[in-house]
Design a protein around this ligand. Sequence first.
Ligand code: SF4
Length: 133
Amino acid sequence: MIKLRGHHLLCIQGFQGYGYSDKFQENMKNIHKKIMSNEETIQIVTSPDDICEFCPNLNKGQCKDYIEDQKILKMDTIVLDKILNKDNKKEYKPSELFEIVNNAFREKKDIEDVCIGCMWFCKCLWVKQILDD
Ligand code: SF4
């Protein structure tokens, strides 16, 4: 089972190899591969997750930059507020969870609150497929 926080339910779908460090990228690549194979289940968490574990900015359970940490928590909240009232099972198959997520985020305006300001906004495949539709 892979633990993911709210906004990473979007990021993992748009991942194409970028990250904060080699270790971070390698870990995210492994997680991405497992999730996309639909063999691992996902548990949603509201704190640093299996992706954050290898982030060089993680310090004592939060981002070492307080402002960034607050922004990240807000991104998580926006995502979880949109999906958890629809289905709050504890463990999900990736395909069913991404269906819920992607039904909740279909339009440009849906992603703006979460993604504007992200350093990978112009490269993110998940954002690109929504903007291209
Ligand atoms: S643009 Fe950034 S925050 Fe938004 S889904 Fe992509 S990687 Fe995540």
